[in-house]
Design a protein around this ligand. Structure first.
Ligand SMILES: *Cc1c(COP(=O)(O)O)cnc(C)c1O
Length: 361
């Protein structure tokens, strides 16, 4: 059978261990999973009630246009429905953009390390990948702009960046956008948008009006706590959205997910509360790092990348034995760092206690 050369060289996504697996393997009662930046507070009660109260006919296809969700997004952002493209997670928006715009005659520019799906999809499409190293956890936007050439189709910008958590300041982003030719697409991945509290953060929706070559991606998987439903979306001017739509599968977001996401937008009190508790958790981590002489990147996401003076896989194993699952930086390009999702207050305390015990011997 013919498999594309570039696909043969890729490995499938390696999911972390499930809570049940770890429980069984280690005989532990309580497991705290802080590896995938999921919301420790779950999702809004409004979502649960809405799903419970709205019986659906599972035999019929979902609304391919996602009208209910599209209208909810349009109302929330004060935009028209045709500013949005819906995806089975924002992962799928990344895939749609790659399928529509990348092939072996094109290249694509991104930071390194950053969210791995940009590169993964570009490789599948056969495009050349140009990676520009981060500087102190920040995108090197100047170098990224310089890397753009006549064959560049897409530039990926992740803010806050996964795995460093660092966000981009408005003046830096605008300066960058001004340098990118109008026929090159800029994807601004804001998966952690709802968690951002930085005062120098830009307003992506205003930028969409000024830059016709900008698409912003956001998701219901992180702050909205709906990762299991798989819903993400892109926001851009209607002409750009229209040019991507043919690549989208007709029924890519499922019926339950559309309902859940639309209900979730209605509860901004929940999002506000998550944002605040997340910020308190980050402050506890920062305090802990100062007390223990550890360095970290200042995070605007719901996770923090903490640097240690030892192998991250060893630390990961030691914490796992205490029932705490974090993400080793080994696979993320930071061999001595851990990426830790900010849990609830109680989970943060238990995690810091476990780290303290682990690094002190
Ligand atoms: C989690 C994440 C996504 C993907 O989220 P979906 O669940 O596919 O919506 C996209 N980008 C970044 C940076 C992420 O961390």
């Amino acid at each position: 059978m013919y498999i594309k050369d570039q696909v043969k060289k890729l490995s499938p996504y390696k999911p972390g261990k499930t809570i049940e697996e770890v429980k069984n393997e280690l005989g532990l009662k309580e497991i705290i999973k802080l590896a995938s930046n999921e919301n420790p507070f779950g999702c809004s009660d409004q979502v649960k009630n809405h799903i419970k109260d709205n019986a659906m006919n599972y035999a019929i296809y979902p609304d391919g246009g996602g009208t209910i969700l599209r209208n909810a997004l349009a109302a929330f952002y004060h935009l028209s429905g045709n500013h949005f493209i819906l995806g089975n997670g924002s992962d799928e928006i990344i895939q749609i953009i790659s399928r529509a715009m990348l092939d072996s005659s094109k290249n694509t520019v991104m930071a390194a390390p950053t969210f791995p799906q940009y590169k993964h999809n570009a490789v599948i499409e056969g495009a050349e990948v140009i990676e520009v190293p981060l500087v102190e956890g920040h995108h090197n936007l100047q170098a990224m702009a310089s890397a753009v050439n006549g064959q560049t189709a897409v530039v990926w910008v992740c803010s806050p960046n996964n795995p460093t958590g660092v966000s981009i300041a408005e003046k830096d982003l605008v300066q960058f956008l001004d340098q990118i030719p109008k026929d090159v697409l800029i994807v601004l991945d804001e998966a952690y948008y709802e968690y951002v509290t930085a005062e120098d953060y830009y307003n992506a929706l205003e930028l969409i009006n000024s830059y016709s070559n900008l698409i912003v991606t956001r998701t219901f998987s992180k702050a909205y706590g709906l990762a299991g439903f798989r819903v993400g979306y892109g926001i851009a001017n209607p002409a750009l959205i229209q040019s991507l739509e043919p690549v989208r599968e007709p029924f890519n977001t499922n019926a339950l997910a559309q309902q859940a996401a639309a209900a979730a937008i209605g509860d901004q009190t929940f999002i506000e509360s998550c944002r605040q508790q997340n910020r308190e958790g980050i402050q506890k981590f920062e305090q802990f790092c100062h007390e223990h002489g550890l360095t970290y990147y200042p995070s605007q996401g719901n996770f923090i990348l903490v640097h240690f003076n030892q192998d991250a896989d060893d630390l990961f194993e030691a914490l796992l034995r205490k029932g705490i699952i974090v993400r080793s930086g080994q696979a993320l390009g930071f061999p001595n760092s851990l990426r830790i999702t900010i849990g609830s207050s109680d989970q943060v305390d238990k995690t810091l206690k476990a780290i303290r015990e682990t690094i002190s011997h």
